[in-house]
Design a protein around this ligand. Structure first.
Ligand code: DGJ
Length: 621
């Protein structure tokens, strides 16, 4: 391809260079876009391919862009991988190889982040939170991804990212184009925490829905963990009373309110309110929430259908399947072929009608399966499917700019930058066991602002269903403060003592969320290295910080190393409060110290024993 032309277009805070290349023989063009953002060391790349050939053109592979690290420099690959309930586990791979390729890919069709978050970083072997060169890239795509990291002849390391070519090809007729998703790349010489800081700024100033980002995100009470599918009017009205009492601000009916949904075997596709559970419809519940000053939200999973549903009987042809084969099934559901226009319009109408009929303030869109039957002959089904998800989410945001949208996919299956522009919250994981969350949140926080860290109940039930672990409410509640808070405890069965304690934590959270939700999160101590996780949440203006310390188990009376704060103004004076919660009179409280001292000598935390948590407040004088 040869250079044909170029343009530069600017908006308020971005600039895009477009270079158009043309095939020398065929009437075929590729426009390469490079967008930069004011104040950020980031470039977003993508490509638009256009055919003006008389014959149709088949495109078998199309990457979004390549990240070039300098000659011989990086020798470690970092990425986040896992599975449902163990998302974003930190993975380091030595790339001390001479020549060869390492591929991170996913072929589940409908979401990749459970297995591989569409992200990689190439870094110095010694890179850590605060040191080292890091070259990183994020693909804005929620379907199949493929990132090839290749050590080339002579030692250069390059990473190219794009939509996976597995079972996929694109057909272009004359005049048609295909636009690849963005690959946003960046560089820092300040370790992973600087990478995160740049990505927080990018989300805060550019990527996330901008009309809602500065508003505090409400505290949720969600019905899922207490009763799973077994919701009804009586329970919901009861939840609202108790949720209001403890200080929750948004009531969400999760799965189970529609069709004949008693368990996972029926209901998906039949998005009418179940008259057995809600004989008067959902209006009394919505009205009650609104009358006590709470917001109201509903769960929905429009991409899926149960074989037992009315929708399936009416439209069996909407399901992705192979002729003459049994359709594979997961969680008793089939995947609708959302690449079809009629299915796209059906799914859009489901949520559009739901939001207006029930006067919703919040929608939790879930997805709990994978795509097995797209078939190589179907071409771009896997691409169109995801593009149509984005189209529905774009319409939801456009038509209902004040409604809050949670992006959920069996927990964090779609925690990616493709969905982020439309998401006010991400279900980080369905694993809310407080010890598991310490690693899950660490990985999540590397790429996402704390305000996005959601889930059906971030203040978890106890003993926890995941590992049977018993932990104090204080530990669970303070962990619940580190993201977007939601309560998953059965408050209809809570004692008055538990309700009063919850009320205290929710009240405290309301007093700090203006700092924490959009904070710069510094990972001071990690559960990967010790029994203590400590996270500093620094307000965006640097004026104050909340430090959360979680001791998973401390033995032999071992003291926790001093926690050296980061990101403070070294010459400013700060008050420090909360160091003494477990050890009497360690320091007078509040004490004052210079930023310099707090960053180089540190603060003292001592969460002795098992499952102890501590909150330390630091404020500029
Ligand atoms: C999976 C989600 O991650 C959960 O939070 C819950 O909404 C269930 N699905 C409901 O089926």
């Amino acid at each position: 391809m040869r250079y044909k032309s170029h343009t530069v277009e600017s908006t308020d805070k971005t600039e895009t260079l477009t270079i158009v290349l043309k095939d020398e023989f065929y009437d075929f063009e590729v426009a390469l876009n490079y967008t930069t953002y004011e104040g950020l060391d980031l470039i977003s790349k993508n490509a638009v391919i256009t055919s003006n050939c008389e014959d149709k053109v088949i495109v078998n592979k199309m990457k979004s862009g390549t990240l070039y690290a300098p000659w011989n420099a990086p020798i470690k690959l970092f990425h986040l991988a896992g599975f449902c309930n163990s998302e974003y586990q930190k993975q380091f791979i030595d790339l001390d190889v001479t020549q060869g390729k390492y591929t991170i890919d996913n072929t589940r069709g409908v979401g990749s982040a459970h297995q591989h978050v569409p992200f990689i970083a190439l870094c110095d072997k010694c890179a850590d939170e605060t040191h080292g060169n890091v070259w990183y890239g994020l693909l804005h795509w929620s379907g199949d991804i493929k990132i090839d990291i290749e050590r080339c002849f002579e030692g250069q390391l390059v990473a190219s990212a794009g939509v996976n070519d597995f079972d996929t090809f694109i057909t272009l007729n004359k005049g048609e184009s295909y636009t690849t998703p963005q690959f946003t790349i960046g560089y820092t010489d300040g370790g992973f925490e600087q990478m995160s800081k740049t990505l927080y700024d990018y989300q805060y100033d550019f990527l996330l829905p901008q009309n809602k980002i500065k508003k505090p995100f409400p505290i949720i009470y969600n019905s899922w963990y207490p009763y799973l599918f077994d919701v009804d009017e009586e329970k919901c009205l009861g939840f609202i009373d108790k949720a209001k009492e403890i200080g929750a601000e948004l009531f969400v009916i999760d799965d189970g309110w529609f069709g004949r949904r008693k368990d996972s075997k029926d209901g998906l596709g039949d998005w009418w309110c179940d008259p057995d559970k809600f004989p008067r419809g959902l209006k009394p519940v919505a009205d009650k929430a609104h009358s006590v000053g709470m917001l109201f939200g509903l769960w929905v999973e429009p991409e899926m259908v149960n074989p037992a549903s009315d929708l399936y009987k009416e439209h069996p042809e909407w399901v992705l399947t192979f002729p003459n084969r049994e359709t594979s099934i997961k969680r008793n559901q089939y995947v609708l072929n959302l690449a079809r226009e009629d299915v796209l319009e059906f799914c859009w109408n489901v949520v559009d009608k739901m939001i207006s009929d029930y006067d919703l303030d919040y929608v939790k869109w879930d997805m709990n399966s994978f795509m097995a039957e797209s078939g190589a002959e179907l071409g771009d089904v896997r691409i169109k499917f995801i593009e149509n998800i984005y189209e529905i989410w774009r319409r939801m945001n456009e038509k209902y700019p004040d409604v809050l949208f949670e992006n959920c996919a069996s927990g964090g299956g779609r925690a990616d930058y493709g969905m982020a522009p439309y998401s006010d919250r991400i279900n980080r994981s369905d694993d809310s066991d407080p010890v598991d969350v310490l690693k899950i949140h660490e990985g999540f926080s590397m790429l996402f602002l704390p305000r996005l860290a959601g889930g059906a109940g971030n203040i978890a039930n106890c003993p926890h269903t995941m590992n049977g672990r018993v932990t104090p409410l204080k530990f669970r509640a303070e962990l619940g403060m580190t993201g977007s808070m939601s309560v998953g405890i059965n408050i209809l069965k809570s004692s008055q003592e538990e309700l009063d304690e919850l009320k205290k934590y929710l009240k405290y959270y309301k007093s700090i969320r203006h700092i924490t939700q959009n904070a710069y999160l510094y990972r001071l101590s990690s559960l990967y290295d010790s029994g203590v996780a400590a996270w500093e949440y620094l307000a965006r203006d640097g004026s104050e910080a909340v430090v959360f310390v979680f001791g998973h188990g401390i033995n032999y009376r071992q003291p926790v190393p001093m926690l050296k704060l980061r990101g403070l103004d070294k010459d400013a004076l700060y008050t420090v409060e909360g160091e003494n919660s477990y050890v009497d009179k360690l320091y007078p409280e509040p004490r004052t110290s210079h930023g310099d001292t707090l960053m180089n000598y540190g603060i003292k935390a001592y969460p002795v024993g098992d499952y102890r948590s501590q909150i330390i407040r630091v404020k500029k004088v």
